[in-house]
Write a protein that binds this ligand. Structure first.
Ligand code: NAD
Ligand code: AHE
Ligand code: ZN
Ligand code: ZN
Length: 374
């Protein structure tokens, strides 16, 4: 007998700018090529808050947000061959089909197989698997982890070692992989480098870890909230600075203290003015700046083209350039081997009913990651 519709709890974003509402939702069985999973935990990332704020051009409502989860396969649809009931998985907002032009290029992790429907809050067949009293509810980033159960295409799931604690490795579904990957995969920071990391939230602190693992000699953390400095230093930042303590632009301060600028910088905030500072604090001739932060609808970056003419490089990264199905399981193995820790990031845990507290804590600058336990 095929799987039945499940009724379970989920946090629904009915409208932009309003708190999430805990509802009983119907979750349809997985269709062809799809998998339904039972979430065990999910982190709350700033991108969830960004979309809830109404700033995301792709934000559609009502939707079930969440994209930093981990869970267990509950049922599989027709034709699913790589996963079975009971497998432990991490949902991927960047899928990996292995056959599209992007996957075959060897140059990017940005699989485009289902990107169009995913960006509209729909499954690849153009419909949704969620409803509340018969009203369809949109998916989010192809993952919708703020629900006890969710449905994803098979290509949007990474199968991981079942020994891994799901309430910690959920952070590898976005934040930690993004920050570490940006440093090691996108920028390919070399040993001995000088690095500046703007924004010391979950992403920036993961970039700090990546920079330390890469052997960076100087790791400069920049944040306007000095409460973030202690953990940044514990994880490997060699110095932390608050732009509010200086009269000059922060890029000038960094150029002064680094004998001409940093080798690599990372913007982990989503602020287009800071993106400019991050580029302009790079060393003439070779400095590279990586944009990780997500900026709101209509916002644009700018700098004098001379900054690029004179050898600085501006680039960006999504999910740290990591290919989810083929590379993420290895991040889990490295975590299990003790190469890096995740518990430092988890400042708060809570039940789904308290999820709005996670958004409040983030906005108040009091959390690094809140993790919802199902
Ligand atoms: P967060 O809220 O936990 O951290 C942001 C940090 O930036 C905070 O510590 C805050 O104090 C600091 N900050 C804010 N304004 C600042 C300023 N003007 N100067 C210096 N510091 C400032 O957020 P997060 O979850 O770490 O996410 C960071 C950004 O990365 C967000 O824009 C998020 O949407 C984006 N993101 C992108 C990707 C990707 O794949 N590209 C993945 C995850 C998150
Ligand atoms: N929808 C936004 C863009 C949001 C965005 O850039 N998302 C990142 C992941 S953030 C995770 O916390 C991403 O993966 N981008 C690549 C992609 O294909 O979405 C907008 O501006 O429209
Ligand atoms: Zn995220
Ligand atoms: Zn692909």
């Amino acid at each position: 007998m095929g799987a039945e519709t499940i009724r379970c709890k989920a946090a629904v974003a009915w409208k932009a700018g309003e708190p999430l509402s805990i509802e009983e939702v119907e979750v349809m069985p997985p269709q062809k090529g799809e998998v339904r999973i039972r979430l065990m935990a999910t982190g709350v990332c700033h991108t969830d808050a960004f979309t809830l704020s109404g700033e995301d051009p792709e934000g559609v409502f009502p939707a079930i947000l969440g994209h930093e989860g981990a869970g267990v396969v509950e049922s599989v649809g027709e034709g699913v061959s790589g996963l079975q009931v009971g497998d432990h998985v991490i949902p991927l907002y960047t899928p990996e089909c292995g056959e599209c032009k992007f996957c075959l290029s060897g140059k990017t992790n940005l699989c485009q197989k289902i990107r169009t429907t995913q960006g509209k809050g729909l499954m690849p067949d153009g419909t949704t698997r969620f409803s509340v009293n018969g009203q369809p509810i949109y998916h989010y980033m192809g993952t919708s982890t703020f629900s006890e159960y969710t449905v994803l295409p098979e290509i949007s799931l990474a199968k991981i070692n079942p020994e891994a604690p799901l309430e910690e490795v959920c952070l590898l579904g976005c934040g930690v992989t993004t920050g570490m990957g940006a440093v090691m995969n996108t920028a390919k920071v070399e040993s001995g480098s000088t690095v500046a990391i703007f924004g010391l939230g979950g992403i920036g602190l993961s970039a700090v870890i990546g920079a330390k693992m890469a052997g960076a000699e100087r790791i400069i953390g920049i944040d306007i909230n000095e409460d973030k400095f202690a953990l940044a230093k514990k994880l490997g930042a060699t110095e932390c600075i608050n732009p509010k303590n200086y009269e000059q632009p922060i890029q000038d301060v960094i150029v002064d203290i680094t004998d001409g600028g940093v080798d690599y910088s990372f913007e982990c905030i989503g602020n287009v003015q800071v993106m400019r500072s991050a580029l302009e604090c790079c060393h003439k001739g070779w400095g590279e700046s990586v944009i990780i932060g997500v900026a709101g609808a209509g916002q644009e970056i700018s700098t004098r083209p001379f900054q690029l003419v004179t050898g600085r490089v501006w680039r960006g990264t999504a999910f740290g350039g990591v290919k989810g199905r083929s590379e993420l399981p290895d991040y889990v193995e490295r975590y299990l081997a003790g190469d890096f820790k995740l518990d430092d990031f988890i400042t708060h845990t809570m039940s789904l009913e308290k999820i709005n507290d996670a958004f409040d804590l983030m906005h108040e600058g009091k959390s690094i990651r809140s993790v919802i336990h199902y």
